[in-house]
Design a protein around this ligand. Structure first.
Ligand SMILES: [Zn+2]
Length: 106
């Protein structure tokens, strides 16, 4: 997954939808569907019925967000940024911030 723009554990900012301009940590990336789950963002409420060992009530959980609706957040720029790629001397491929050139993989 060297080419992935967004990875698990990244700090991202949502750029569209109801949670626009909120940021959070990526919990899960679905590369097949190009969707990510971001901690505490894009929450949806599920009503559950009591029974089968559950109490029932309202369960809140994160719904996935399309990759095109999130941008990686650069701590140095303090804003969401575009991601670039760079090949290091040891041939490993790393992600860099296109604004400040800071390495995003540490
Ligand atoms: Zn930056």
């Amino acid at each position: 997954m060297a080419k992935a723009r967004i990875r698990k554990g990244d700090k991202v900012m949502v750029i569209a939808g109801k949670d626009r301009e909120k940021s959070g940590k990526v919990k899960k990336v679905d590369f097949e569907k190009n969707r990510v789950i971001v901690e505490k963002l894009n929450m949806i409420k599920r009503h559950t019925r009591p029974g089968m060992g559950t109490q029932g009530g309202i369960l809140e959980k994160e719904a996935s967000i399309h990759l095109s609706n999130v941008m990686l957040f650069c701590d140095k720029c303090d804003k969401p940024v575009r991601v670039g790629f760079k090949i290091l001397a040891d041939k490993s491929k790393v992600r860099v911030c296109k604004s400040c050139d800071e390495l995003l993989d540490k």
